[in-house]
Design a protein around this ligand. Structure first.
Ligand SMILES: C[S@@+](CC[C@H](N)C(=O)[O-])C[C@H]1O[C@@H](n2cnc3c(N)ncnc32)[C@H](O)[C@@H]1O
Length: 376
């Protein structure tokens, strides 16, 4: 295994201006001017021994060589191991290294596919998941990445493969996660689900096997804090409050809002429903810290609302949430969140991260970063 050698010279990318801070981060703008512009760093080296500092990255987004697929012709390459067991063991070495490099709130989005061997799928993603769990990782999601097209497959007795996996792995349960920001970007509900339909991009040349920028964008939106404190490593997290507004694309929610209007329910009624939780109006008092009188009033309002809404009562416990600000540890020493791709290849992850206003670090035995602007 080669030890990694860092190239600390930051690389300037020509990126379209409009793409910078492409994420909506209401309330964060005030801190933005104090930060240097996003940086990009490339390290020639091994994903299992990156040479990067402890606690120096917030998110890993990466696509390793799949087992027994592409031969990159490098003595230290991953992917050409003789058995699936050896491949998984090698990948676990890499995961152990990334755990060291990640801050305590960090996580990994690992794009991985399966391989046919002796006519059968060998189950690489499942084997990796099992090994990760055994090593103490949490497998938070197995995202299915589907695509319409793909390489033509000669087989006549099985279906062509049109999906891969993106495993979301975390060392701890207290990982940074921005489901609200991600859902706003996706625009299809409060939790858009674990299937990603993303077609390959025009620039995905067959030789280096890059993955689509949209896949990276989604992982970053979910898992990389826009800013992190350089003193205490705490990420700035979105502060959320619940509104009385429901997701009008759901027919049940639409009906609930109609009924609330017809019966003249007030904002206090809605707050009372939300205070009672999903189960029963009788539990209202448990959620109240105020006097007995306040609790009785909440209970009365919730009961009124239940009579007006009937079975649609529960809809208001799923009301939309809005961002009211970002957490602040008070050290006043913020830095941009850092995205790491330890198999960076052509640098898709790095370019997407910088375009979104994050710092990016890439490692590869043979980095092929192109500094050309990406087609949008
Ligand atoms: C599937 S490609 C990654 C493509 C990348 N996502 C992109 O957008 O271009 C896998 C990369 O892993 C690199 N690689 C293979 N073994 C490695 C190792 N042990 N450490 C670091 N990089 C390695 C290869 O050089 C190749 O660039």
């Amino acid at each position: 295994m080669v030890a990694s050698e860092a190239h600390d010279r930051p690389i300037d990318l020509e990126l379209p201006k409009a793409d910078l801070r492409a994420v909506t981060l209401s309330g964060l703008d005030a801190w933005e001017p104090s930060l240097p512009k996003p940086s990009l760093r490339v390290v020639r080296g091994d994903a299992r021994e990156t040479g990067l500092g402890d606690n120096s990255a917030d998110l890993v987004v990466t696509s390793p060589p799949y087992w027994q697929k592409r031969d990159y012709g490098h003595a230290d390459q991953i992917g050409q191991e003789a058995t699936p067991e050896a491949y998984v063991a090698t990948m676990m070495e890499a995961l152990t290294e990334w755990k060291r490099v990640l801050r305590p709130t960090g996580s990994v989005f690992l794009n991985v596919g399966d391989t046919y061997f002796k006519r059968s799928l060998v189950g690489i993603p499942g084997r990796l998941e099992a090994a990760a769990v055994d090593a103490g990782w949490l497998v938070r999601n197995r995202i299915i990445w589907t695509k319409d097209g793909g390489m033509p497959e000669p087989a006549r007795n099985r279906l062509a493969n049109r999906h891969e996996y993106v495993l979301h792995l975390t060392p701890k349960l207290s990982y940074y996660y921005d489901l609200v920001g991600y859902s706003e970007h996706m625009g299809n509900g409060a939790n858009p689900g674990d299937v990603w339909h993303i077609n390959p991009e025009r620039n995905m040349g067959a030789h280096l096997a890059p993955f689509p920028r949209e896949l990276v964008r989604r992982a970053i939106l979910l898992g990389c804090p826009p800013q992190v404190c350089t003193k205490c490593s705490m990420p700035r997290a979105r502060l959320i409050e619940r509104t009385a507004e429901l997701d009008a694309s759901r027919p049940q929610a639409k009906r609930a809002m109609e009924l609330a209007r017809q019966h003249g329910l007030t904002a206090d009624h809605i707050r009372a429903i939300q205070a009672t939780g999903v189960s029963d109006v009788g539990k209202a008092t448990r959620f109240q810290n105020g006097t007995g009188r306040n609790s009785a009033e909440v209970q009365r309002l919730a009961k009124e609302a239940k009579v007006a809404l009937g079975g649609y009562f529960r809809e208001f416990t799923f009301a939309k949430r809005e961002t009211v600000g970002w957490s602040d540890c008070g050290h006043n020493a913020p830095a941009r969140g850092v995205v790491l791709d330890p198999f960076m290849g052509t640098g898709t992850t790095l370019k997407q991260a910088v375009a979104m206003g994050f710092d990016a670090v890439g490692v590869d035995l043979a980095p092929h970063l192109s500094t050309e602007p990406e087609p949008s």
